[in-house]
Design a protein around this ligand. Structure first.
Ligand SMILES: [Zn+2]
Length: 117
């Protein structure tokens, strides 16, 4: 009673940019333990369906979290899967990709064909 759960769900299964996905991950109260590298990649967001944006993220991460049973877990992820995890963790803090771009003029793009997404 009265516990705050910050929860996000990630599943990169089948994504062409994630050759070795962790499968479905429910992250309860995730905390970024470690990150290394930096890479700019194009991201979209269901909260901002009209645009995509170039966002710099770490290449490799380690995240501690609790699973739905309440047990502490850690996951290491890299590349696109790390990007997805960090994107969703940003949502828990109210941070959107527009808050992450270096330049609103140069790094934000209108989606060419929304209906295909
Ligand atoms: Zn999003």
């Amino acid at each position: 009673m009265g516990e705050l759960w910050r929860t996000c769900f990630i599943d990169c299964t089948g994504h062409p940019k994630v050759p070795d996905p962790h499968g479905p991950l429910v992250l309860v109260n995730p905390v970024l333990l470690h990150h290394s590298g930096a890479e700019v990649g194009r991201e979209g967001c269901l909260s901002l369906p009209e645009i995509t944006a170039n966002v710099e993220r770490p290449v490799e991460i380690a995240v501690a979290f609790h699973d739905v049973e309440g047990d502490r877990q850690e996951v290491e992820a890299s590349g696109f899967e790390a990007r997805v995890i960090l994107h969703e963790m940003d949502h828990l803090d109210g941070v959107l990709i527009l808050d992450r771009v270096r330049s609103l003029a140069l790094d934000v793009f209108a989606r060419k064909n929304r209906s295909s997404r």
